[in-house]
Design a protein around this ligand. Structure first.
Ligand SMILES: C[S@@+](CC[C@H](N)C(=O)[O-])C[C@H]1O[C@@H](n2cnc3c(N)ncnc32)[C@H](O)[C@@H]1O
Length: 403
């Protein structure tokens, strides 16, 4: 995966709702064997992080040892650096252990491993005798996402990606006309939850939604277990073996969280739901605002995302979007995908009856970027604010009719 590529492959989780200190599955049974296996697979992926990552270093070390002695001598510093790399992996693994420590209790009304404990363990071992490479990339991406969302090093990224959205919400729902707590904001594809948290911190009622268990496990750890500022460290770039100017750039430690996640105003209304946005949000005319950041290109069919956003917004409600169109399923042979240009997406937005109120292209944005790297990836994202018509319109086979 290219550094800065924000795509997360499909990792459909469960339909649950996050409460104060846990996530609640939205139905009260846990019958779906597939879901149980999926849960265990993600736990296994986190558990395999250390052996998998160390294996990569050991391969380099053995090659190094096979080099002519005078080459080895010249590379003494490099060999020492690889020792450092191994320590960083151990440190990351300590954080991972904390992240997965209580995940069997993460969903308040469900314990995916208390029934059939042994058989579930058995399944996870037989299904994944070796780490799945794609899952390991997701574990690494989750560590990098901690930087984007919850570190001071991620501030510049957040200022360019999240701040325009937050400013727009404040401009659309100013305190002199609105009681912020009455304004319902939804953030689909919430990642590790920082944007949703920042919106709630400003008094709005905000719900983040996410379907990746990688993200949900990590956000649960940050939001519900981290107390105090910068109390933990990760080494997010330790798996980047190339394009390092200094050895220390690869082993750099980043502290998190840069704020105390529990420092929300007492009456703050902040929640997270777990599950597929398309399945969880079916109630029409509910939300005052939907805020999407690096999200709409996660769809197989972006039109379905736009249709859902239109449906769940109240008449007159607004949709704020920022991000590129790096269609996540575009190059996956087993997945369906359409990849309309922004020009076409724009027509679709208008076709559903949205009015575009603000629009800007070529917004320079980055995603979980290692700023020290010799390779940089920058998106020229689109940003827009659009409003659902105040008059309720229904669409029958693509034809508009007023109510
Ligand atoms: C590229 S990330 C962006 C995360 C965050 N908004 C940010 O800007 O850092 C997209 C997120 O959307 C999530 N996602 C994708 N499709 C989803 C769906 N149908 N329902 C809920 N979450 C979804 C992915 O798991 C991923 O965490």
């Amino acid at each position: 995966m290219i550094p800065g590529d924000h795509r997360q492959q499909r990792d459909k989780g469960l339909r649950m709702e996050a409460m104060a200190d846990g996530y609640r599955k939205m139905s009260d049974s846990y019958e779906d064997e597939e879901e149980r296996k999926h849960f265990q697979r993600i736990v296994s992926a986190f558990k395999y992080y250390k052996p998998h990552s160390l294996q990569r270093v050991k391969k380099t070390e053995s090659y190094l040892l096979s080099l002519p002695p005078h080459h080895q001598k010249l590379l003494t510093k490099y060999r020492e650096h690889l020792q450092e790399v191994k320590l960083c992996i151990e440190n990351n693994d300590d954080i991972i252990k904390l992240i997965i420590k209580d995940v069997s209790h993460i969903f308040e009304n469900v314990n995916p491993s208390n029934t059939h404990t042994d058989s579930v363990r058995q399944i996870s071992m037989t299904l994944n005798p070796r780490p799945v490479l794609a899952d390991q990339e997701k574990v690494q991406a989750t560590i990098k996402q901690l930087v984007r969302d919850w570190s001071s090093e991620g501030k510049d990224e957040r200022d360019t990606c999240y701040q325009p959205i937050i400013d727009e919400i404040i401009a659309q729902f100013p305190a002199e006309f609105w009681n912020a707590a009455d304004v319902q904001v939804l953030v689909p594809g919430a990642g590790l939850g920082r944007l949703a948290y920042e919106i709630a911190k400003r008094g709005y009622t905000c719900q983040g939604n996410e379907f990746s268990l990688f993200m949900l496990f990590a956000s649960h750890f940050v939001l519900n277990k981290c107390r105090g500022i910068n109390s933990y460290q990760v080494h997010p770039w330790v798996h980047q073996y190339m394009n390092n100017l200094l050895a220390g750039h690869q082993t750099q430690a980043v502290s998190f969280p840069d704020v105390n996640p529990s420092d929300l105003p007492e009456n703050a209304q902040f929640s997270m739901t777990a599950g597929d946005f398309l399945e969880v949000y079916t109630e029409s005319n509910h939300w005052d605002c939907v805020a999407t950041c690096f999200f709409i290109d996660c769809a197989n069919n972006v039109v379905q995302f736009i249709e859902t956003i239109h449906n769940i917004l109240k008449p007159g409600g607004i949709w704020i979007n920022l991000g590129p169109l790096l269609y996540h399923f575009s190059d996956m042979p087993m997945e369906d995908s359409i990849e309309p240009s922004y020009e076409v997406v724009r027509d679709v937005i208008l076709g559903f009856g949205f009015q575009i109120e603000k629009e800007q292209t070529r917004m320079k944005t980055r995603y979980a970027q290692n700023t020290n790297s010799m390779l940089q990836c920058e998106y020229q994202s689109v940003y827009f604010v659009c409003r659902k018509s105040k008059k309720e319109l229904t669409y029958v086979n693509g034809t508009e009719s007023g109510n």
